[in-house]
Design a binder for this molecule. Sequence first.
Ligand code: DGJ
Length: 724
Amino acid sequence: MIAFDNGTKSLLLSGKNYSYCMYINCAGLLQHLYWGKKIGAADAAFLVTAHGLPASPNPDDYNKDMATDGMPSECGSFGRGDFRPATVIVRREDGAAMSRFRYVSHKIVKGALHLQGMPCARKADETLILTLKDDFSDIELDLNYSVSEDSDVLVRSAVMRNAGKDAAEIAKAFSFCTELPDTRGTWSALRLAGSWARERTPVVTPLAEGTLRIESARGYSSHQMNPFLAVLSEDCGEESGECYGFNLLYSGSFAITADVSHNKSIRVQGGINDFLFGWQLQGGETFATPQAALCYSAEGLGGMSRAYHDFFREYIIDPKRVYARRPVVINNWEATYFDFDNEKLCSIIDEAAKLGMDTFVLDDGWFGKRDGDTSGLGDWFVNEEKLKGGLKAVIGHCKEKGLKFGLWFEPEMVSEDSELYRAHPDWAIGKAGVEPCRGRNQLVLDFTRKEVVDYIFETVSKILRENEISYVKWDKNRDITENYTANLPADRQGEFWHRYTLGFYGLAERLTKAFPNVFFEGCAGGGGRFDGGALYYFPQIWTSDDTDGLERTKIQWGTSVCYPVSAMSCHVSACPNHQTGRTTPFATRGAIASLGATGYELDLTKLSEEEKAQVREQIENYKLIDELVLRGDLYRLADPFDGNYFCEMLVSKDKSKAYLVGERFRGDPCDHDRVMKLFGLNESKTYTIRELNVTASGAALMGAGLFCPRLPDCGSWVWHIEEV
Ligand code: DGJ
């Protein structure tokens, strides 16, 4: 619900459990008032009088004494007395860069906003479009706010329009700005940081005066920093206390900042990375920022996570795919790497069929001249020397055995040793005369160029058209360097990063539209592009190259802070684990992988009969719980970063069914009495736990809990919980 009160000039936006309030002060500046638990329309007037300070009744005062420096704002200005980080900065043709935006008009429209060429929330009940105008240039700015009755997520974005004749440069264009006023306690910020094979580790640091900035300058969202920040109140825990989430629905270089100012308010804002950013707007042109998904929770981090999970499932991921049963995949990467032939693949397919798997995914190495990572990328035609009879032979074998077929691509990349590079060396990103940096021996294609994206669309489409392919794994294995395109003049190089991201989105949009029956899985050297933008095209993303039965608990835990478990591809791999060298029980690897879109990634022909029996059992188990993976509410019970246990639980929305997976990292004799209290059940319902042959009320299971089994190193347990 969005309500405007003409008397107080206040705007009150409410979703499922929250309200967000602002008002247009006498100087036409958009002043933030409140974001928290749901309040009524009448409260907006109270907020204006009680919290509209230091607003002055005299418009002239806004130019005096730097009055805006302490004002909670919805759009931070630049060069006009507000010295905190600005939200939007415009540089005029004469070089002057000052920006302060004032209210012009607003409208409330039904439904969501669709931003051309970018992923965005697929629906909303209502959208508020607030139009502001810069005091110093001809730039008009729409601040957009979408709300829905059934969601705790507020979707924001900004659109800039050059209403004049002179060109202007948008020197900074963040998607949102908000302020958490009067935070005099000890507040902290949580970010999801990491690296390859250690994606999305939650890191919590106190906030203090000054600016905390998280960012990616790698050309994509990155392993190192997810485009997400949460600001936590002093009492915020896993299931209690207040927190605020800020998630950019964006896969490119980004920045989110949290600035604690002199008056202890926290200005949080974010969007496209403003470092060396610049976007030229000629008269009449517009520029849209990516959307941001803001979430308030009064139920701690767990409440915020569940709100985001619902949001991604209901508003972002393709509705045709999101709740559809996911195939149990067998992927050959860790089984063969580049070293395979028909015989090897067929032997894996035969076993997969016997064990009840659904789809065989042929990973890297099937195309061009690709027997290692130094060649072949860009040549998207089958290597018939390696695969006799081409893809058709492998696909035919899959069909014979009742399996579907999936294929790996890395569409954005090129190897110097490839036919594509030899024909079009200028299609790779770089500056002529500068030796390029190489990542994994490869270069990045210049996706700011339409002809490059068109070519890749055609070659990938040809393979998808000519073969029966039901699944595509879309990989990306390096960062972007040299950040330069010959496609743009010198004064527009600041557009490069965002234009690259638009090229990626353009290709994803075209391929997913052209092949609606193909399931697209995202990947970026593991989970390097696991973000809300990518989820719009890829209902599921490879979470990490680290499939170790212990490390994965941490990676999946961290990923779940924002993203639903159904979006995480989770595979059982061989031991000793190829990344860590650790050996964990087969059952544990299966149990952890069942907390996501499960699959296998190992040479099935090398499994013992006992392990094969376990695979059959794991797949049977998965069929019993995959509805919970797709639709359930997640409760995180034991934090793997903090102690000897990992434990998570999925509960059906009607609270009639739950599934719990736990792991004990060390078989520590002094740690034998750990009680796990369950969460999310209905206190007055009675439940059974199949594996324990126990019957108890939800109140007892949540209040008293259950002893965890005494297990040796990396032992795991699963409990199926059902209402009687
Ligand atoms: C990185 C991915 O994360 C792996 O799963 C695999 O597809 C390799 N790339 C192939 O090169």
